[in-house]
Design a protein around this ligand. Structure first.
Ligand SMILES: Cc1ncc(COP(=O)(O)O)c(C=O)c1O
Length: 406
């Protein structure tokens, strides 16, 4: 950077680093590479015709709402629709607690600005969603990392932290089919966590973009619904949802359901961010979804991703050398590999790119800097044939790295 600008970048912004995933996405745009790196939905499932019809309807039935500035809180009919979805999930939230955001990513950004002072403690699962760490880079929190296992967040470990005096501003948790590991917070732990939140006055930010992508059993009840069950309303939990995984991420439409006590402050912050989430995208989302599109569309997504998850699990079972472990997610878009201690996933990525396959090394999902021997694989975006081929390529990359080490 030249002298004019170098001394002028704000302290918070000067420390920002580019996302390992965004950088990788540029590389994997080359067609010879099979990419398990991104978190992209399968494009062949985008309901293009329904969205085209919705855009026409929106322009004919509600041209002003579609093209004019709108309320910061969001487009009224869309907020009502979201409220009905949340009611179905067991939440007692009213429409005046729903803020429409530009994807749930903007919800994370707003929450960071609202609740994090530099140096303030924030509890996160480790590993956690890289995009949240990025959103909060300029807030410079002090992360308290809570371990996770097959059943999600280790609630007993969190309880020990709280009992020892830790007082995080909030706990951030991806409660279903977590990004990056694919694990889900077990029902019993959910109840314990909500009780813990009540006992220690701990706010929880529940990020739930994947909850509807379940391939076994049923939709898991969100923490936000258990919070409502205990208190009759949203008290401890701020709940984030999105249309990105169920409809199309290009719309950039998500929502924040927040306790009444902080709702108006979130809205005031958002006024300064963007005045309002794009009116056109909101109207389109509403007209596409108002007659139950998501209920018809979600089973199609689940069926395809279920097949792809199974294909990846089968291929891993067939091809992975001994000593490598992986999660078996019951939904979502990712699974998580752990290489033997001492292996370096970043080094493996070089061999993997040579072999024509990409993944995301796991270290960047770890605020503590651990996890050098871990990696995230996406199974939603590649065909079963590509998954089969890509896992074979990955296995040969591991062998190439091992022979280099020998
Ligand atoms: C856990 C998690 N939260 C938030 C997001 C952001 O989603 P959106 O497209 O709604 O901004 C993602 C996207 O991958 C995610 O995995």
């Amino acid at each position: 950077m030249d002298g004019l600008w170098s001394g002028r970048i704000a302290t918070g912004a000067a420390s920002i680093r580019s996302s390992a995933i965004r950088d990788l996405l540029k590389l994997t745009a080359q067609s010879r590479i099979i990419s398990f790196a991104g978190g992209l939905p399968a494009p062949e499932l985008f309901p293009v015709e329904e969205i085209a019809a919705a855009s026409e309807l929106a322009l004919v039935e509600a041209p002003l709402a579609t093209l004019q500035y709108g309320l910061t809180e969001g487009y009224g009919p869309l907020r009502e629709l979201v409220t009905s979805w949340l009611t179905r999930l067991g939440m007692h939230a009213t429409t005046d607690q729903i803020l429409i955001s530009a994807g749930s990513q903007q919800g994370l950004d707003l929450i960071g600005q609202l609740l994090i002072d530099p140096g303030a403690p924030v509890a996160v699962e480790e590993p956690t969603y890289l995009g949240a760490l990025q959103a909060w880079q300029t807030c410079r929190p002090n992360y308290l990392c809570v371990p996770i296992d097959q059943d999600g967040l280790d609630v007993a470990a969190l309880e020990r932290m709280l009992a020892n005096g830790a007082r995080p501003r909030f706990l951030y948790v991806i409660s279903c089919f977590q990004n990056p590991t694919g694990v889900t917070l077990a029902t019993e732990r959910r109840r314990q966590l909500i009780e813990l939140a009540a006992r220690y006055s701990l706010p929880i930010v529940e990020d739930d973009p994947y909850g509807d992508l379940f391939y076994e059993g049923e939709r898991v009840t969100p923490l936000a619904a258990l919070d409502c069950e205990l208190h009759g309303e949203l008290r401890h939990v701020i709940y984030l949802g999105t249309l990105s995984k169920l409809l199309a991420p290009g719309l950039r439409v998500g929502w924040v359901a927040a306790p009444r006590a902080i709702f108006s402050q979130l809205v005031m912050l958002k006024q300064g961010f963007d005045l309002n989430t794009g009116s056109t995208a909101q109207a389109l989302a509403y007209y596409a979804c108002r007659d139950g599109l998501l209920d018809r569309h979600a089973p199609r997504i689940r069926a395809l991703y279920h097949e792809r998850r199974d294909a990846m699990l089968r291929a891993l079972e067939r091809d992975m050398p001994k000593g490598i472990e992986w999660t078996r997610p019951r939904g979502g878009m990712f699974l998580w590999l752990t290489l033997p201690e001492g292996y370096d996933a970043q080094l493996l990525l070089k061999h993997a790119l040579d072999a024509g396959v990409a993944f995301v090394p796991g270290q960047s999902f770890h605020p503590s800097g651990r996890g050098a021997n871990t990696m995230r694989l996406n199974f939603s975006h590649s065909s079963t044939a590509q998954i089969d081929d890509g896992v074979q390529r990955l296995a040969s990359a591991i062998r190439a790295m091992e022979s280099d080490r020998a």
